[in-house]
Design a protein around this ligand. Structure first.
Ligand code: PLP
Length: 537
């Protein structure tokens, strides 16, 4: 019996949720077979066919709806996923597992690749990403240490250097010296933007509370000892109130407390108010409160706004404070010749977060953190007796995560396939289509723009003439967003943004990153919203 081989696939023409054990058994002979290369032409063909189904069949099934419709209620779905016992005997062949994912699960997943899905930072990815992701699984390298990755660690260092250069643009000599030097760390791959921000603040905290006298440093002695050693009551991180909540998580994890990730006010364009920042910095200085880092945002999650990075860099340099830039969303804009200047000042940051699974259109699971100073990550170095020995090339020495996927193969491949210009086409299209969308919104009396797109994210709302009550307006926008989502033709998200009076307004949020999203589609989405308003509000 061969677990791999495709039987039963043709026999069953109606999908069934429960595949009963077709006499499958787990035995030594079968299990050995799945670890060696397929021995005959028949098995080989079957395996190739499954890849074909994944590449093409999956999309046929998923393209039915956009967003979370109520067509199949979550409660009904949950009833199908109640069995919590691991079956003793094998219950499905690979063919059946793939088929059931494609035919039974995918239709109820979210069609994030639709050009009508403009609500979130998760969108279509190029086909070749699936191939690159498959290679990562097939090679199964672990860049935590050289002994499980060898050249992949070297390749990772090259990709990190390319991204570092895109951000910090140091000279040739710098990269020649540090790119492959084991003691230097230009950056690190992590699972996502959350872990990238955590790593940045981890490094900033440890560099702030460096060893002195009997104090061995905060990493060793802990925060209570650190505060005593530095004669401080507490420490804070300052970020605009548009900051991503991952920074608050980092505050919790690093023991400084998430209340100490202090929100700074924003100006009328949703950018951090630098005067308020300066006032806070001097206030904290007088109060025995240490400032570990200031975080600027290059592309806020809700409005896509870029903080005044040059000003922030200058303020931080003058005050000797670590300057972090959260460019999880906006980082790849640096690849666009037309728009890269929007991020001016980022080259003076101490650390920068970039997400690959957002605007580098990579599969999920690629966060990156970069440091201007190649010795910054020494502050978080760990050694172990069996790996990561001092002086080794092991990338796990300075990395939040241990074992991890060789994501650098995907990014390296994608940068080659796309080129900076290829990515620039996508970035420019997103920004320019978002601007056209904003113009269309402004031309319609029923709508108003709340935050115009600086990048490819904008917020707006329905604002029917004659309705003044704020709660009523909020209700209308909530209803329109929900009804549109449940109808399943298109999807925009919603959030709440505080206006200048501190009043929370419900707004609709559009993220334009799918190259297939064009102004005609955006007009259809607005038409549908108008129709929903007329019918339901
Ligand atoms: C998305 C995002 C994050 C968090 O990234 P994840 O990959 O979702 O963890 C952090 N900051 C900003 C500005 C983001 O847009």
């Amino acid at each position: 019996m061969n677990i791999i081989e495709n039987t039963g696939y043709h026999k069953r023409n109606r999908p069934t949720a429960d595949v009963k054990n077709d006499g499958l058994v787990a035995n030594w002979e079968t299990l050995q077979r799945i670890f060696i290369r397929p021995e005959d032409e028949h098995t080989r063909r079957a395996l190739v066919k499954y890849m074909e189904q994944i590449l093409f069949g999956l999309h046929d099934f998923i393209k039915i709806h956009v967003g979370i419709t109520e067509e199949m209620p979550l409660k009904t779905l949950a009833e199908r996923f109640m069995d919590s016992a691991i079956q003793r005997a094998p219950s499905r062949k690979l063919a059946d597992v793939i088929r059931s994912i494609i035919e039974e699960l995918a239709p109820h997943a979210v069609n994030v690749a639709s050009p009508y899905f403009i609500g979130h930072m998760t969108s279509a990815i190029p086909y070749f990403m699936v191939h690159l992701q498959t290679i990562v699984a097939a090679l199964h390298q672990n860049p935590v240490k050289l002994e499980t990755s060898k050249v992949v660690s070297i390749q990772e260092r090259q990709v990190l250097a390319k991204m570092h250069r895109l951000i910090f643009d140091r000279d040739d000599g710098f990269y020649k010296r540090h790119q492959q030097r084991p003691q230097s760390t230009l950056g690190s791959f992590v699972g996502d933007g959350t872990l990238a921000n955590l790593t940045a603040l981890w490094v900033a905290r440890n560099r702030f509370f460096k060893p002195k006298g009997n104090f061995a440093g905060v990493e060793q002695d802990g925060l209570a000892a650190a505060l005593r050693a530095y004669d401080l009551d507490r420490v804070v991180v300052l970020v605009s109130r548009m900051g991503h909540y991952s920074l608050r998580k980092a505050g919790g994890l690093l023991g400084i407390g998430n209340k100490c990730v202090v929100p700074m006010p924003v100006d009328a364009k949703w950018r951090m108010d630098t005067d308020a920042l300066k006032r806070s910095l001097s206030k904290f200085r007088r109060q025995r409160i240490g400032v570990i880092a200031v975080a600027g945002i290059a592309g806020t999650t809700e409005t896509g706004t870029i903080d005044p990075l040059e000003d922030l860099a200058t303020i931080c340099r003058n005050q000797g404070v670590h300057f972090h830039v959260d460019a999880a969303w906006g980082g790849p804009v640096l690849l666009s010749r037309r728009y890269r200047s929007l991020l001016s000042g980022i080259e003076n940051a101490d650390s920068v977060t970039v997400d690959g699974h957002k605007q580098l259109y990579m599969p999920m699971g690629c966060g990156m953190i970069y440091f201007r100073d190649p010795s910054a990550m020494d502050a978080v170095a760990y050694h172990a007796a069996y790996v990561n020995r001092p002086g080794s090339v092991d990338l796990g020495i300075r990395s939040l995560e241990g074992s991890r996927a060789a994501t650098s193969l995907i990014l390296g491949g994608a940068l080659d396939i796309m080129g900076a210009d290829g990515y620039a086409v996508l970035i420019d299209h997103g920004i320019e289509t978002a601007k056209a969308f904003a113009a269309e919104i402004e031309s319609r009396p029923l709508f108003e723009i709340i935050s115009p797109p600086q990048l490819n994210i904008l917020t707006y709302r329905l604002r029917p003439e004659g309705i003044q009550d704020k709660d009523a307006i909020n209700r209308i926008n909530r209803t329109v967003q929900q009804v549109q989502r449940e109808a399943g033709r298109s999807f925009v998200s919603r959030t709440t943004l505080a206006d200048t009076d501190g009043q929370e307004n419900t707004v609709l949020r559009a993220v334009v990153m799918n190259p297939l999203t064009h102004p005609g589609i955006l007009r259809e989405i607005l038409d549908e919203q108008e129709a929903i308003y007329r019918k339901h509000c």
